[in-house]
Structure formats: structure tokens, C-alpha cells
Write a protein of this length. Structure first.
Length: 202
């Protein structure tokens, strides 16, 4: 047991200064840390419903452990400009890969929120034909009663959905938000359309 703890402490000590460590080992650890950042961030949303809490806790532990290792090694070599450049490049690559990973969890989905005083029954039927669900909330604005429409949609279908929205509400106020996590029961359009096309081919 003492040997294992000593071996773990040796990992936290400064590694030999060499191009191999600067351009390979450190960047790999930084990219891994960024991937864990985005994975923990994404899974945290699903854990709010009681799922994956153990996975989030374990990944958070790994995330901190990796960042501690990276911090110790970078600070020991902070005088070397190559270490700064390699670490910065690795951070950028890890961020890009983390965003891609996050989008794969959510399916690259977005949430559209529309505020309008007009009835939205026609829009709801049009979106339903695309396999996209919509929820209507009654609200009150500065000009009186309004409807707030909430639409979750796959990013690939966003232009098509916006074209339908513009057809019904050309001057409506709407916002588009990033979605970190989407449950399996969401109607985002793509799956239903693909199934409908397959049934037509049969």
C-alpha cells in the first residue's frame, strides 16, 4: 500500500524536461482534462433528474486530479516558451474536442423561444408535420396577454424550422439557446422524419 501511494506521489513530481514531455505528454493530459471538463458539464444536467450522479462524481475527481498534474508540470517549466505554446495549443484542441463531444450528447440541439400575441395553432400543426414538438405557455407582457412558444429542435433542422416560424410570425420576438442535454423522449424532428421516409419507401 505504501509503495502504491509513493508511486502516485511520484506522478505529481516534476517530469524530466524533454521535447517528448513538452509536445506529447503534457498536451495529452491537457486535452484529456478539457474533455473531462465538458463531459462533467454535460452529465451534470442529466444528473439533476437523479441519473448518472455517480458518474459525475467520479469524473469530477478525475478532472481535478488531471488538472493538478498538469498544473504542477506546467509551473515547473513556465520559463520555457515552448511549454506555454504547446499547452495553449493543447487547451484549444481540447476545447474544440470537448464542444464536439458536448454536441454529440445533445445531438447538436437548440431551444427556440418565441413570444407572440397571435394564435399559434397553425405553427404547431406545421411543426408537427416535420416531427417537431412545441409547447405553448400563456404569459403577460407590457402590451397585454401573449403566448410563449418553446421549440426544441435538432441544429440541422434549424433553418427549416425558422423558415416555418417566419411564415407565421414574421415580426415575432424569438431567441435561440444552446441545449446541453436532451432526453430520449424529446421530439427534435430528425428521427420521426427518417422513420416516415423509410415507411414510404416500404
Amino acid at each position: 500500500m505504501v509503495v502504491k501511494i509513493g508511486h502516485m506521489l511520484n506522478i505529481l513530481q516534476a517530469w524530466p524536461i524533454s521535447p517528448w514531455v513538452t509536445w506529447a505528454v503534457l498536451p495529452v493530459f491537457i486535452i484529456l482534462a478539457r474533455l473531462l471538463d465538458y463531459t462533467v458539464m454535460t452529465l451534470r444536467y442529466s444528473s439533476l433528474s437523479g441519473r448518472r450522479r455517480a458518474a459525475v462524481a467520479m469524473m469530477s475527481f478525475l478532472e481535478v486530479a488531471v488538472w493538478l498534474i498538469v498544473a504542477i508540470q506546467v509551473l515547473e517549466r513556465f520559463h520555457d516558451p515552448m511549454v506555454i505554446i504547446a499547452s495553449s495549443l493543447a487547451f484549444a484542441v481540447g476545447t474544440y474536442a470537448g464542444i464536439t463531444l458536448q454536441e454529440s450528447f445533445s445531438g447538436g440541439s437548440v431551444m427556440i423561444r418565441i413570444t407572440t400575441a397571435k394564435p399559434a395553432d397553425g405553427l404547431m400543426l406545421s411543426l408537427a408535420s416535420l416531427g417537431v414538438g412545441m409547447t405553448i405557455f400563456e404569459a403577460r407582457g407590457s402590451t397585454g396577454s401573449v403566448n410563449q412558444l418553446v421549440i426544441g429542435v435538432n441544429r440541422k433542422m434549424l433553418p427549416q424550422v425558422l423558415a416555418v416560424v417566419e411564415r407565421y410570425f414574421s415580426r415575432a420576438f424569438f431567441t435561440i439557446e444552446e441545449v446541453a442535454y436532451v432526453s430520449q423522449g424529446a421530439r427534435l424532428g430528425s428521427r420521426k422524419i427518417s422513420r416516415a421516409r423509410n415507411s414510404r419507401k416500404r
